[in-house]
Every structure is written in C-alpha cells, then in structure tokens.
Design a binder for this molecule. Structure first.
Ligand SMILES: *[C@@H]1O[C@H](CO)[C@@H](O)[C@H](O)[C@H]1NC(C)=O
Ligand SMILES: *[C@@H]1O[C@H](CO)[C@@H](O)[C@H](O)[C@H]1NC(C)=O
Ligand SMILES: *[C@@H]1O[C@H](CO)[C@@H](O)[C@H](O)[C@H]1NC(C)=O
Ligand SMILES: *[C@@H]1O[C@H](CO)[C@@H](O)[C@H](O)[C@H]1NC(C)=O
Length: 301
C-alpha cells in the first residue's frame, strides 16, 4: 500500500515535470515584439505592440495588413520609410493635395509629445496655397514665408495640374506661402486663411527641380530616449516597458523580463528555472514516464 502510494506520487511528480518541460521547450516566440510591419523594420524606439519600444512612442504606430500608419490627432499618415541611422521617418497624408491632386485641406496636427520628440525636419516645407489677401502670412506674419532652393511658391500655380485651377478660376494668381512646421503648429488653416496646403521634403536638394518632381509628404526627425536600451539589446533582449508603470524593461523571453539586461539581474521565473537547470533530455523523460506507468499498472494488479 505504502509503496504503491509513493510510486503514484512519483508519477504525479513526473507528469508535472513533463508538462513543465514541454511548456518551457515549446517553440519559442522569441519575444512579444514584432520587428517588421510588412517590409518596414520596426526597431527601438518604435513599436507596433504595446509594451515594446520606448514608452514615449507608445500608440504612435499602427500596422495594418498592407500599411504602417503614424497616428496623430489630425489623422493617420502612411509611413513610407524609417531611416534608423539618420533618425528620420517619412510619412504621406493620402488626403493632402499634391502637384497632381487637389483635395480639401485638413489641418496637420501633432500631439504635444510628438511635436517635441518627432517633429518635421527643417527641410520639410509646408506650402500654403490659395490664401486670401487677409491671411496673416501676407500681412502681420509675412516674415514666416520664404523661398527655398531658388523656388518661389508661385511656380506651383504654373506647373501643377492641381493648383493651375486657382489661376484659371480667379484669372489672377492667388497668394501662397512656403513656410515651416512652426507656422502650421501654431495657426490652423482657418486662421491662416488659405484653402489648401501641401508639404514637400528634402527641399535642400531640389535646386533646379520642378514642382512635378518634388517629394510630397513630410520627413520627421525622431530622437531616441536614452534608457539604457543598448545594454539590453547587447544581451539579446528587446527594449520595452511595463504597460502599467511605463518603466523601461528588457524583454528577454516570453517568460522573463528584467530591468536592465538579459544576462544579469534576471528575474528567474518558474519555467525559466526549469529550463536553466541541467535537466535530462526529453526522450529520456518519456521513457521514464513509461516505466513509471508500467510500474503503477504492475503494482495495482
Ligand atoms: C514582459 O513584458 C512584456 C511587455 O511589457 C509583457 O507583455 C509580458 O507579459 C511581460 N512578461 C512577464 C513574464 O512579465
Ligand atoms: C489600428 O488598425 C486596426 C486594424 O488594422 C484597427 O482595428 C485599430 O482600430 C487601429 N487602431 C488605431 C488606434 O487606429
Ligand atoms: C480659393 O480661395 C477663395 C477664397 O479666398 C475661395 O473662394 C475659392 O473657392 C478658393 N478656390 C478653390 C478652388 O477652392
Ligand atoms: C521669392 O521669389 C519671388 C520670385 O522670384 C519673389 O518675387 C519674392 O519676393 C521672393 N520672396 C521672398 C520671401 O524672398
């Protein structure tokens, strides 16, 4: 009786071991953080999964089946590319006017934190088109308008199929203005009193290039928060944060996170401690389990 009970306990114990081992050795989804959205690499400080990347960039990107979007208070903008070396991201607003399409304006608005950590680059120029004669940029704030690389905004009325319309309709050339992000940051399109806008990036490389061949969209310049991510990445971890406290953490595996890196200071979780210990190979355990089962069956007869 006593021996039967103890072997039954051993059997239970073994089953638990087996289950734990299977759990800890099941194909490891290395981390909870996807590092691609379609063909665009997603690295620190960005993320498309909550708890990954830097908390400052939380909820800024959304990955759909076909596109990556940059989310702002004024809408979702298609991300065209991210350059991690130059720390820039280029985005495109599908509902913005360009040289070929005229679309009703809507404001470009970033959240306060976005304006601070991922603002448009100085070589991203906003083009205010069809401005009324009462527009502040033609009067009190005239100094906010400039020409770039030898281009004046009047060129757009002559070269672009979209903006030619204003010229045709009014039989004169309405005012326009090349300006920087700061202007549209502080003044809405209604205040600016211009009916349309577009934006162009890499403006310092557009000398002698006509508006048809300009790059329409925006280039944003992002800063990478210094939260010791290098150390985490070097140890094989993925930088992330606690979704409740937003404290930085290093995601080492699906079952373990640590505060700094994956080599030291690791919080040993239950399944991890089993994996870490030198445990007999799986096949051996199966045999052992079989022997135990046979043993119990034999004892019960
Ligand atoms: C580790 O962090 C990630 C991201 O915050 C979270 O999804 C996961 O549940 C955490 N895992 C553990 C074991 O705490
Ligand atoms: C992100 O996209 C998914 C569909 O791809 C959508 O269901 C979800 O609402 C979007 N989230 C935001 C914040 O726009
Ligand atoms: C251009 O602006 C004027 C007001 O300044 C407006 O009446 C007109 O409809 C605008 N043109 C187009 C094509 O939107
Ligand atoms: C921009 O260029 C146009 C045409 O060359 C000129 O009339 C205008 O005064 C210039 N504007 C500024 C702000 O320099």
């Amino acid at each position: 009786m006593a021996s039967s009970k103890s072997s039954f306990l051993t059997f239970n114990h073994l089953t638990i071991y087996l289950i734990l081992l299977l759990l800890s050795q099941s194909p490891q989804i290395h981390s909870t953080c996807r590092n691609f959205c379609n063909n665009i690499p997603i690295n620190y400080p960005f993320s498309i999964d909550d708890g990954c990347g830097a908390p400052q960039y939380r909820h800024m990107l959304n990955c759909s089946a076909t596109d990556l979007f940059f989310l702002t208070p004024s809408g979702n903008y298609k991300v065209q590319s991210i350059d991690y070396e130059k720390q820039t991201m280029t985005i495109f607003d599908p509902s913005m006017s360009t040289c070929s399409i005229l679309q009703p304006h809507h404001d470009f608005k970033m959240s306060e934190i976005q304006s601070a950590i991922i603002p448009p680059t100085p070589d991203t120029v906003f083009v205010l088109v069809n401005c009324s004669i009462d527009s502040p940029v033609l009067n009190h704030y005239k100094s906010l308008c400039f020409n770039f690389s030898g281009h004046s905004c009047d060129e757009l009325y002559g070269s672009c199929t979209s903006f030619k319309l204003f010229h045709l309709l009014s039989n004169s050339t309405p005012a326009c203005c090349f300006t920087s992000y700061e202007t549209v940051k502080y003044m809405s399109m209604d205040i600016l009193d211009c009916t349309h806008y577009t934006s162009v990036y890499n403006t310092d490389r557009l000398e002698g290039v006509g508006p048809l061949d300009w790059l329409y969209g925006m280039k944003l310049s992002f800063s990478v928060p210094d939260t010791g991510c290098g150390r985490c990445a070097k140890s094989g971890g993925t930088c992330g944060f606690d979704v409740e406290t937003e404290m930085a953490q290093c995601i080492c595996s699906i079952t373990s996170n640590s505060t700094r890196d994956c080599a030291g200071g690791r919080e040993i979780s239950f399944a991890d401690s089993y994996r870490a210990s030198s445990f007999p190979p799986l096949q051996f355990l199966y045999i052992l389990a079989l022997v135990a089962i046979s043993y119990i069956i034999l004892l019960r007869r």
